[in-house]
Design a protein around this ligand. Sequence first.
Ligand code: CAA
Length: 398
Amino acid sequence: MLDFSLSPEQRELQSMVRKFSKNEIIPYIQEWDEQHHLEMSVIHKLADLGLMGVCIPEEYGGAGMDYNALAIVCSELEYGDTAYRTAVSVHTGLNSMTLLQWGTEAQKQRYLVPQAQGKELGAFALTEADAGSDAGSIRTKAVRDGDSYVLNGSKLWISMANYADNILVFATVNPEAKHKGITAFIVERKWPGVTTRSMKGKLGIHGGDTGEVILENVRVPVENRVGEEGEGFKIAMSALDNGRFTVAAGAVGLTRSCLDASTKYAHERKTFGVEIGKHQLVQQMIAKMEQGLQTSELLVYRAGWLKNQGVRNTRETSLAKWTACDVAWESASDAVQIHGAYGYSNEYPVERFLRNSKALVIYEGTREIHTIMQAEYVLGYREDKTLNKMLPGWTPEG
Ligand code: CAA
């Protein structure tokens, strides 16, 4: 039986986060964005509401809700601004959920619990200057020395690099082994040898933090290795299954911002004696946004439903991420178009939506990576580990 309704708890969560964005982000975001300012009190308030660990079990300090609750939080937050959803994506989707899946009990107690409570912040450091889409080519090195590893290297484009307490860092213990040498470590930002700095000159997400993480002879105790040596690529890819889900859910919120702003303007603005919403070419853009919004939302909730069953969902998450982010980018472009010259200025929020939406089609797997993945699944070049779930008679246990 298919059920498309939200539970009463999910509805309550949706209205709470919607109100949060409306009161705590939207009135200030234009100014913060212009000043390149990340308002940390917003993150602290999210923590107070239990939203920094919404789908982490209660025994580990979270709210114990499901994946679609996480999607709701991301969507409603991005309705406010991409910066705050990105913070939740890297903290919860890429870092905390990964510790939940792969961490030891001691790692969960030390790092996951305070992160789920929002007392400490997490980030995720995979990308390097010469290793973005080709994540298997990272060069940051980890050399075992007694009871610790010594890490050297540099990570780029790391969201929340300058604010995170704990960074999930990927390094290689054997560069010749390519992805089979990659190993994951929890690195505390305050440790000797760790430096972070902001990256300037970004097109969008001016209200958020993006930085470089430099590791110089950073000594990481063996107990901070996540998984085994050489398991890091799988860990990174499974983390991205969760991170991409949060980006897709955020993109749904961004598309809704574009649609709401465009609908409002289409009623307000008059040309040729009628409101512009009466013109068919404007209607076409609005209808396309609605089509994309509904389609993206269904794909996100389907991926969330699969995650709730605990089955591998790489294919469905990739499709949701690809679709929802392309839709957000196209919707933002059309939203600017509908606003005409005003859309081209920061008098209206749609120019910010357009700049922010470009990040979505680039980070956590570019559009091109997802296109290739989908083609490879269809052509049978990439194994769909959970194909049976789509067949009649499939059950979560099956
Ligand atoms: N879960 C568990 N294991 C997985 C997995 C998953 N989701 N995906 C792959 N693996 C395993 C595979 O089973 C395979 O294991 P074996 O070697 O034992 O067989 C291994 O990992 C290699 O997998 P693939 O063969 O799929 O690897 P590939 O080389 O074909 O992958 C790729 C290529 C899909 C392009 C991949 O490199 C990729 O997704 N690249 C994009 C990287 C990316 O998204 N970066 C974003 C950076 S994070 C970011 O942007 C953060 C931020 O701050 C916003």
